[in-house]
Design a protein around this ligand. Structure first.
Ligand SMILES: Cc1ncc(C[n+]2csc(CCOP(=O)(O)OP(=O)(O)O)c2C)c(N)n1
Ligand code: SF4
Ligand SMILES: [Mg+2]
Length: 299
């Protein structure tokens, strides 16, 4: 797993602790897959913030994109399909001094994991979630996902998708995420800025990274996005105004906004959970009286 290999980055002066770098495991993604841009952006963001790699945990579900934690030198947890967020929340609550980043695909996060997505946002858990949204199930070879566009012909929809797609940005606004952004794998610098902003944000940060699947989605390609994307930061958008954020979130088609839609400062789950005021749970005494006999019984 990612955490077992030595980071390829030299320690920085001042921290004396290794920063994140590539692991010894090389990505098996198809050449040209958008996910290469996402792993590069996550690495850039963490390096820029100088967070030592042993304080970072990358958590994923299942999918091509969910292989990401293997490729960086932090701790990692490759969980099960749709469950990256509950696992990441558990890690955060066990030790809320760690930088926890959940990653995964659109199927993972907005299909099977949709319930977790909503509840993690309404709790405003202080963590970052980066979805690699290719609008398709890549790993299982090209079925429609919750973000596939109406009419798209896929392996599971030979006559075209007849369901309305989920808009992750509007969903995040409705559910209470406090940092909501869209990035594009064709602009790694902007994505790194947005991921770094999300990590620094106090609260649940969601970055929907449009990350084309070059093998199974022949519609939402790099060119499709390049012809449509424009940056919110260059358009007078005020991310503190939720009404403006709602209006921008409805734009999808001829124009696709990228950047920060919304940001708000609100108490986090960790702020409000009284038990955590005594420090990370991992450092608190377990307080299990008679645990020796319990262990005797089970070990
Ligand atoms: C409980 C469960 N249901 C279904 C699957 C099969 N499965 C694996 S990955 C996947 C979808 C992957 O799509 P996405 O999350 O968008 O990731 P991508 O491969 O596109 O990056 C599915 C349905 C599974 N592994 N576990
Ligand atoms: S199938 Fe698609 S999502 Fe999976 S690695 Fe290949 S290009 Fe990427
Ligand atoms: Mg996908």
């Amino acid at each position: 797993m990612a955490g077992t290999s030595a980071p390829s980055v030299a320690p920085t002066v001042g921290t004396l602790l290794p920063l994140i770098g590539k692991s010894d495991t090389k990505p098996t993604w198809c050449p040209g897959c958008g996910d290469f841009g996402v792993v590069a952006a996550v690495e850039m963001a963490l390096k820029r913030l100088k967070i030592p790699s042993h304080q970072v945990v990358l958590v994923s579900g299942i999918g091509c994109s969910s292989n990401l934690p293997h490729f960086l030198s932090s701790y990692g947890f490759h969980s099960i399909h749709g469950r990256s967020l509950p696992v990441a929340e558990g890690i955060r609550w066990a030790n809320h001094t760690l930088t926890v980043i959940a990653t995964g695909g659109d199927g993972d996060g907005f299909g099977i994991g949709a319930g977790h997505f909503i509840h993690t946002m309404r709790r405003n858990v202080d963590m970052t979630y980066v979805t690699m949204d290719n609008q398709i199930y890549g790993l299982t070879t090209g079925q429609a996902s919750p973000t596939s566009m109406m009419g798209q012909k896929t392996k599971s929809t030979p006559a075209g998708v007849i369901e309305n797609p989920i808009d992750p940005i509007s969903l995040a606004l409705a559910a209470g995420a406090t940092y909501i952004a869209r990035a594009f794998s064709g602009d790694v610098k902007q994505m790194a800025d947005l991921v770094a902003g999300g990590i620094q944000h106090k609260g649940f940060a969601f970055i929907d990274a449009m990350s084309p699947c070059v093998t199974y989605n022949k519609i939402n390609t790099f060119d499709w996005f390049r012809q449509r994307v424009y940056k919110l930061e260059n358009s007078g958008h005020d991310p503190t105004d939720i009404v403006q954020a709602w209006q921008r979130s409805l734009e999808w088609g001829d124009k696709v906004p990228t950047g920060l839609f919304y940001k708000a400062d609100k108490p986090t789950y960790e702020d409000l959970e009284e038990v955590l005021t005594a420090g990370p749970l991992a450092n608190q005494p377990a307080g299990l009286k008679g645990r020796e006999s319990l262990l005797d019984e089970f070990i």
